[in-house]
Design a protein around this ligand. Structure first.
Ligand code: ZN
Length: 140
């Protein structure tokens, strides 16, 4: 019989710009270590329809490039129908294309990620307070 344990942690961030990146990697890896599971999976999930979760390198130029590309792909105020409701269709669209969650395997008690794979919350309609749920599911 394999006993699977489940742990949750909610991470809150107050963003300071309309479009921004928040690096969650240290919080996620810290939580994984605290859970003390040897093998399993870690899910990182945003609660919002105008944020996203992405994985890539924490390099300032690249982070700015990503935000530039998002705004190029999903320009604000180009007559999106949802803008009639609350003027943030661009943020919803980018969120849908980028996705609201990601997951990593846990092996030998460590989050299995590449050296350049940092985990980011993408703020698309800030500044606001945002909630991300980290779930660890695994065996001791
Ligand atoms: Zn909206």
């Amino acid at each position: 019989v394999i006993k699977v344990q489940v742990y949750f942690q909610e991470v809150t961030h107050t963003t300071t710009k309309r479009v921004d990146l928040v690096d969650l990697t240290d919080q996620v890896t810290g939580f994984v270590h605290a859970c003390n599971v040897s093998a399993g999976i870690c899910l990182i999930d945003s609660f919002h329809s105008t944020t996203a979760i992405v994985v890539n390198e924490h390099e300032c130029g690249l982070m700015t490039d990503l935000l530039t590309k998002i705004q190029e792909l999903f320009p604000r105020g180009r007559g999106w129908l949802h803008d009639r409701v609350d003027d943030n269709a661009d943020a919803h669209l980018a969120s849908m294309f980028l996705g609201h969650s990601t997951a990593f395997p846990i092996k030998d008690g460590q989050l299995c990620r590449g050296t350049w794979q940092n985990i980011f919350l993408v703020e698309l309609d800030g500044p606001r307070t945002r909630r991300v749920l980290v779930e660890v599911l695994g065996t001791a």
